[in-house]
Structures are given as structure tokens and as C-alpha cells.
Write a protein that binds this ligand. Structure first.
Ligand code: PEP
Length: 251
């Protein structure tokens, strides 16, 4: 049995004081829940206050990116050591907004994932097709490429430590959700691809989250699918009640 994981991707929302208040709300709304991994991923500037708010609770802290170099001339980037010192445990890598607006590629995803694993973080690596790719019948080609290239050179032991998020780009922030059957089909494809680059037993242990307009009303039917092991939540993670309701749907 894979333990479910529900993570909030706050994107570029919330100041540091707002972050602490939201985390306090999430803690109150999920008190006593320890059967699901709960993660919040605020912006970098919030992380220190967020770490204080998460301390000693059932809510773990994630960041939204990490650079592969240890330090140096990489203006605007953040290193693993910087995140580690604050108490970050998870890192989102390869989100479609990073791929779409900031030139993230399968190769940079690969480098960031390796750096995150080396630092002891749990990477949450995002994959997913655009609407154009879906309509052109290219789902399999895109997903297999993103998984194979993004995870190139990782051992089975390393793969077992990461989380994959299937986020169809057409469902992110649009209110359009993949049906449970559509999502399950791609999750199963991701697991088969993970098995091909490692082995069946390893692939069975890797958690694959769904992301894309997941909300309290659709979370349960999505997470009831055999290969859907939780959610990566954008909009609905910005309110304690809706985020907590999604977490409860994972129980
Ligand atoms: C996301 O950006 O990771 C996401 C899933 O966003 P939303 O839930 O708002 O579609």
C-alpha cells in the first residue's frame, strides 16, 4: 500500500505572514490526521516563517524549485543547502509553468532532480501533456519522454525516493479536470514507464499524484483510482478548509 501524499503548490501567492496564518489554519483543520503525508510549498520568501509554523506538526514543508549547482553565479536561483538549512523536505521540480514560462527542459529537470535527491529532499517531479499534444494523440510520446529523460541516470533506489505528479497542462488552473478514467490511464502509463527504467517492484512503490483543478468535490473519485496516490493542489490549496477537505478525501 502506498501512503497517500497531498501537497499544496502555492505558486506566487501569499506573503510570509499570510503563509504562517494559512499553515495555522491547515494545522487546525487537519489536527490528528497522520495517515496521509501533508505538504505545503510556499514561495521562497515565505519558507522561514512557514518552517516555524510547520514545526512539530503533521504539515511538512516544500519549496517550488531548486538549482543543481552548490553555489555560484546563478542570479535568481536557490541552492539545496539554502533550503536544507531552513528545514525544507520536499521540492517541486519541472512544474508546467516552469517549463512553459521559464525554459525548464527535461534536461534541467533531470539535473534539479539529481541535486534534490543528493541533498536528501523528496522531489515532486511534474509531468503532463498540453491540450495540443493530447488532441494530436501524443500523450504516450510526451509522458514517456518526460519520465525517461527527466529521470535519466537515476538508480532504482533513487527513483523509489521521489514522487511523480501527473499534471495535464490543460487542467491546471482552468477548472477542467481529467476524468478519473483519463487520469488513471496516464498514471498507469507513468508506472509502466517507471518500471521500464527500473523494475516492477520499484515502480509499485513510487507515489504518483494527480494535479489539475483538484478540489474537494472531485478529489475522492480521483484518489480512489488504483494508481493515483494523492494530489498536487494549486488553487484549492490557498484556503485551509478546501485543502483540508482534499486531505480528508485521501483518508
Ligand atoms: C498546479 O499548479 O500544480 C495545480 C494543480 O493547479 P490547480 O490545482 O489550480 O489546477
Amino acid at each position: 500500500m502506498r501512503r497517500k501524499i497531498v501537497a499544496g503548490n502555492w505558486k506566487m501567492n501569499k506573503t510570509a505572514s499570510e503563509a504562517a496564518a494559512l499553515i495555522d489554519g491547515i494545522k487546525a483543520a487537519t489536527a490528528g490526521i497522520d495517515q496521509v503525508d501533508i505538504v505545503v510549498c510556499p514561495p521562497f520568501t515565505d519558507l522561514k516563517d512557514a518552517a516555524a509554523a510547520c514545526a512539530g506538526s503533521n504539515v511538512a514543508l516544500g519549496a517550488q524549485n531548486v538549482h543543481w549547482a552548490e553555489s555560484g553565479a546563478y542570479t535568481g536561483e536557490i541552492s539545496a543547502a539554502m533550503l536544507k538549512e531552513i528545514g525544507v523536505q520536499y521540492v517541486i521540480i519541472g512544474h508546467s509553468e516552469r517549463r512553459q514560462y521559464f525554459g525548464e527542459t527535461d534536461d534541467s529537470v533531470n539535473q534539479r532532480t539529481k541535486a534534490a535527491l543528493a541533498a536528501g529532499f523528496t522531489p515532486i517531479v511534474c509531468v503532463g501533456e498540453t491540450l495540443q499534444e493530447r488532441e494530436a494523440g501524443k500523450i504516450e510520446e510526451v509522458i514517456v519522454r518526460q519520465v525517461t529523460e527527466g529521470f535519466k541516470g537515476l538508480s532504482s533506489a533513487e527513483l523509489a525516493k521521489l514522487v511523480v505528479a501527473y499534471e495535464p497542462v490543460w487542467a491546471i488552473g482552468t477548472g477542467l479536470t481529467a476524468t478519473p478514467a483519463q487520469a488513471q490511464e496516464v498514471h498507469a502509463l507513468i508506472r509502466r514507464t517507471l518500471a521500464a527504467i527500473s523494475d516492477g517492484a520499484t515502480a509499485e512503490t513510487i507515489r504518483i499524484q494527480y494535479g489539475g483543478s483538484m478540489k474537494p468535490a472531485n478529489a475522492k473519485e480521483l484518489m480512489d483510482q488504483p494508481d493515483i496516490d494523492g494530489g498536487l493542489i494549486g488553487g484549492a490549496a490557498l484556503k485551509a478548509d478546501s485543502f483540508a477537505d482534499i486531505i480528508k478525501a485521501a483518508l
